[in-house]
Design a protein around this ligand. Sequence first.
Ligand SMILES: Nc1ncnc2c1ncn2[C@@H]1O[C@H](COP(=O)(O)OP(=O)(O)OP(=O)(O)O)[C@@H](O)[C@H]1O
Length: 366
Amino acid sequence: MNALAAGAADAIQIRNLVKRFGAFTAVRNVDIAVPAGSFLVLVGPSGCGKSTLLRMLAGLESPSEGEIAFVGRTVSSGTGGVIADAGRRNAGLVFQSYALWPHMTVAGNIAWPLKVAKWPREKRDRRVKEVLALLGIDALAERYPAEISGGQQQRVAIARTIAPEPSILLFDEPLSNLDAKLRIEMRSELMRIHRATGATSVYVTHDQVEAMTMATHVAVLNNGRVEQFGRPIDLLRDPQTAFVATFLGTPPANLLPVRRSSETLVFGETALAPAALSGGRDDVQLLYRAEDVNVGAVAGAPTLTARFAEAAPIAGRTMVTAMVGDLRITAMADGYFTAMPGDPLALSFIRTPDAVFAATGERIHQ
Ligand SMILES: Nc1ncnc2c1ncn2[C@@H]1O[C@H](COP(=O)(O)OP(=O)(O)OP(=O)(O)O)[C@@H](O)[C@H]1O
């Protein structure tokens, strides 16, 4: 079965969801089905509507149109508002800020939601021990939030959220307050927890590297719309819009605006590709991966003269950024490479473009 096809095994169904704040539309016609056990990452630039979508899933915000169902049960809709409130969705929410109770110990914080849900004492104690062990914070059980580090506080917040065994976990940029090293550690930790709990997770981030490492499924949002939804590898290999193609991937791919001139597509005066690729359009955009742009002229390959901007060594090669007018182009050089900012640099396009997009952004399939 196609893992992306809607079906009975979907833990979350989002149908034609819209959220308006007055005249402003923050979420536009979002339609996705999330299979049970997935780790869905919502990724996109600041203000694209990720948090608003997550808050609707959490029951903190009601939709203007459309509906959300958890395991076939409608929990919110444009006509009915929030049908099942935040506490009755069997969903746990982890925020960027940890919001621990300062007057309760770590164990007390974790036990709190279980007390509220009236778990019997013995079962509660057993569960607190279990999640303390799962998060590797057993030794902190009797400390107060002020006596532990930010990273440890985030672990406690996660432990508290998973303690009541929610079937859906919702994360809103939970790692953004941590330093770079801790973020990377916590990423693998969260994936381990996801596997251990089996909960379907929805995770908001603006960091595409975080998205690509953690996700089983990714939804790329832009201006409130889902530009593309699918497995990370499919979005990387087969982007359906120019936005997805340039937002995902490290180093970023290059998008060159070209126009048709008799038999070729030209950038400025340089012929880059055959006109047949444009699907009959006059203006299109060509996608070139950084590894398909060579630093230095290659005989027989179309070549542009750029101005060197910066270089960063990566895994034995150098990622070079250069400017052609206002356009930034990223290329790869073998070994170590450096130059002075503004130095002229030949860039050769050593392969045919990876994809072609209309000037308006949609993919042109050959
Ligand atoms: N309560 C509100 N009233 C009016 N506008 C809002 C409200 N909440 C969010 N918005 C607007 O909706 C848009 C989407 O906001 P949202 O917080 O969902 O974005 P985001 O993708 O999570 O951004 P970030 O990564 O910066 O947190 C923004 O333009 C924001 O200003």
